[in-house]
Design a protein around this ligand. Structure first.
Ligand SMILES: Cc1ncc(C[n+]2csc(CCOP(=O)(O)OP(=O)(O)O)c2C)c(N)n1
Ligand SMILES: [Mg+2]
Length: 370
């Protein structure tokens, strides 16, 4: 029977933080030690990641507003939670995400030209999952927790030394799928890290309605060690995720991380948050902005320069231009392709439906010509 490490449980009342909103370091020897190797260059790289990720998101949001995407789920405000956790992973680790993790995809090495593909409705997936060891955006809330646990358990049985990390939201913790995944992962010591981005809202439902206790405490009932972290502090997120990933890789079983963050924008581009939350609340979180905080740290530590600023701007401009250009250039697929991957082999019903649809389209085109 595994002995569960609960030494981090005090952090469900004081989230782990290594950088204050004003850019000052927080004295926390235990967690600082986990990121002791992050020197000036790596700090600058993390800042660059945050800016590039924000740019990808802003570009995609603008593309949707211009009618180039059907939908987009903005991550504005959640950049540090995504970059910090993704940068804690090894290439062979595997990510099972929800629909909001474009920032993670970027860090995993997804081609910026692929990130909007599904959202434009021209393909069933954005990237090849096995190329970057990350699944595609998943809309069924919480389902990916089970997929992650199954994958992790299988890897464990095969003796593979890897971690699986699954992202989900505060709202997803009310789903049976997440509860089942936690139970299974604990009982079978699956090497999975449950990473909850508590962005305070599940569409129009505030987190207070999801849980009467801090969300991280749900993990303790399953015997899973958990930690709450300031999700707008990229260094703190990196530290706690490294710890959880190391535990999983070493055979120590599952962990739970609750990253306290905030969704600055709408739930998706189909949502209007002004209908259910106040401008004052959004203002408050603006002061905790993950990018501003990192910039202040770099300035305080003498790591900021106009050359660096220019480099970051040029990089994010280039990535933004790639996202935009690639999206607009994505060709529409042949309508019959919709039937292609329903089954791996030919199926008479699918063939009949494909033929019927082709007939309908031919008749439609004739009607347009007439
Ligand atoms: C099983 C299921 N139920 C309901 C929905 C509709 N839905 C989509 S997103 C969402 C809220 C999820 O909130 P949260 O888990 O906090 O993630 P966030 O969107 O804040 O990142 C809901 C209810 C869905 N997609 N799947
Ligand atoms: Mg949420």
């Amino acid at each position: 029977m595994a002995v569960h490490d609960t030494t981090t449980s005090r952090h469900d009342t004081y989230p782990v933080q290594l950088i204050q909103p004003d850019g000052q370091r927080v004295f926390d020897r235990e967690h600082a030690a986990l990121v002791a190797d992050i020197g000036p260059d790596r700090l600058r790289d993390l800042y660059e990641d945050l800016v590039v990720v924000r740019r990808i998101d802003a570009e995609a949001t603008a593309l949707q507003r211009q009618g180039q995407l059907g939908l987009w789920a903005p991550l504005h405000g959640q950049e540090a939670a995504q970059v910090g956790s993704a940068r804690a992973l090894h290439p062979e680790d595997y990510v099972f995400c929800s629909y909001r993790e474009a920032g993670v995809a970027h860090c995993r090495g997804a081609d910026p030209a692929s990130i909007t593909r599904m959202w434009r409705g021209v393909a069933h997936s954005c990237w090849d999952p096995d190329e970057i060891n990350m699944t595609n955006p998943a809309i069924v809330v919480g389902a990916q927790g089970l997929h992650a646990t199954g994958y992790a358990y299988a890897a464990h049985l095969e003796g593979a030394e890897l971690a699986v990390l699954t992202y989900f939201g505060d709202g997803a913790t009310s789903q049976g799928d997440i509860a089942e995944a936690l139970g299974f992962a604990a009982s079978w010591s699956a090497p999975v890290v449950f990473f909850c981005q508590n962005n305070q809202w599940a569409i129009s439902e505030p987190v207070q309605v999801q849980s009467q206790t801090p969300i991280v405490r749900r993990a303790y009932g399953y015997g899973i060690p958990g930690v709450q972290v300031d999700g707008n502090d990229v260094l703190a997120v990196l530290a706690v995720t490294r710890q959880a990933v190391a535990r999983a890789r070493a055979g120590g079983g599952p962990s739970f991380i609750e990253a306290i963050t905030y969704r600055m924008g709408p739930h998706t581009t189909a949502d209007d948050p002004t209908r259910y939350r106040s401008a004052a609340e959004t203002e408050l979180w603006k002061r905790r902005d993950p990018i501003d905080r990192m910039r202040r740290l770099l300035e305080r530590e003498g790591l900021w320069s106009s050359d660096f600023e220019r480099r970051v701007t040029e990089h994010s401009d280039a990535v933004g231009a790639t996202v935009r250009g690639a999206t607009i250039d994505m060709p529409d697929p042949e309508p019959s392709r919709l039937f292609d991957h329903v089954y791996t082999t030919a199926h008479p019903l699918i063939d009949a439906e494909r033929d019927e649809y082709a007939g309908y389209l031919a008749g439609f085109e004739e009607g347009v010509r007439a």
